[in-house]
Design a binder for this molecule. Structure first.
Ligand code: 13P
Length: 251
């Protein structure tokens, strides 16, 4: 059985004061799922410190593929570890499309994360156009191939793969549980071609307009092992309700 993983992606939101309020209102004590809070990098030390000794972990939203050096504005894996961070989102579609991250760059980042003991949440997902052209599984396969060249499938087991259809992110249009399950199953079968044991243990989480009202139906699908939550994670009560939905489901 795979333990459910629910990660908050706060994106470029927060302040010391609002983070402190969120942390004081979110109580993970009774939760069975694994909970990660991915905050903007200037707040990582704050979040890591606040979560020390709790069942939750702090995560970053990006890292550099490079070793420390002359890379203005970048943050190295070593620095994340130094801040007490153990998780990092890699290849979010907002970085792929707005910051020109290719699947090759995403693979290099995932490999660097793994090499430094960070657990990567590797994001993949198709655009609406790609889905309408029937290219969803081909696109996901092409996004994952360089990652599986750069990392052994077994090295991804500690992290996760997030299926985030681009058309569902921040749009209020969620993939149906059946649409998401189809892609999750395809991702697992792709992993399985590399390492069947690792494939059965890797968490594949769904992201894209997950809310307290649609989370249960998504998490009930056999290959959906939790979620990567954007907008709804900014509300501690909505995020808690989504985490509780994950807790109610075992498969
Ligand atoms: P929303 O939940 O706001 O659609 O964002 C999803 C996402 O991008 C999480 O990484």
């Amino acid at each position: 059985m795979r333990a459910k993983l629910v990660a908050a992606n706060w994106k470029m939101n927060g302040s010391f004061e609002s983070n402190r309020r969120w942390l004081s209102q979110f109580d993970a004590a009774a939760l069975g799922c694994e909970v990660v809070v991915c905050a903007p990098c200037v707040y990582l030390a704050q979040i890591a410190e606040a979560l020390r000794g709790t069942s939750m972990s702090a995560g970053a939203q990006n890292l550099s593929a490079e070793a420390p050096g002359a890379f203005t504005g970048e943050v190295a894996a070593e620095m994340l570890i130094d801040c007490g961070i153990r998780w990092v989102i890699v290849g979010h579609s907002e970085r792929r499309t707005r910051h020109g991250e290719s699947s090759g760059m995403v693979a290099a980042k995932a490999a660097r994360a793994v090499a430094h003991g960070l657990r990567p949440i590797v994001c993949v997902g198709e655009t609406l156009n790609e889905r309408e052209q029937g290219r969803t599984l081909a696109v996901i396969g092409a996004q994952l191939a360089p990652v599986l060249d750069a990392c052994a499938a077994g090295e991804l087991v500690a992290g996760a793969i997030a299926y985030e259809p681009v058309w569902a992110i921040g749009t209020g249009k969620t993939a149906t549980p059946e649409q998401a399950q189809e892609v999750h199953a395809a991702i697992r079968s792709l992993l399985s071609r590399h390492d069947p044991g690792a494939a059965s243990r890797t968490r594949i989480v769904y992201g894209g307009s997950v809310t307290p009202s649609n989370a249960s139906a998504l998490f009930a699908q056999s290959d959906i092992d939790g979620g990567l939550i954007g907008g709804a994670s900014l509300s501690p009560s909505d995020f808690l309700s989504i985490c509780r939905s994950a807790d109610r489901i075992e498969h």
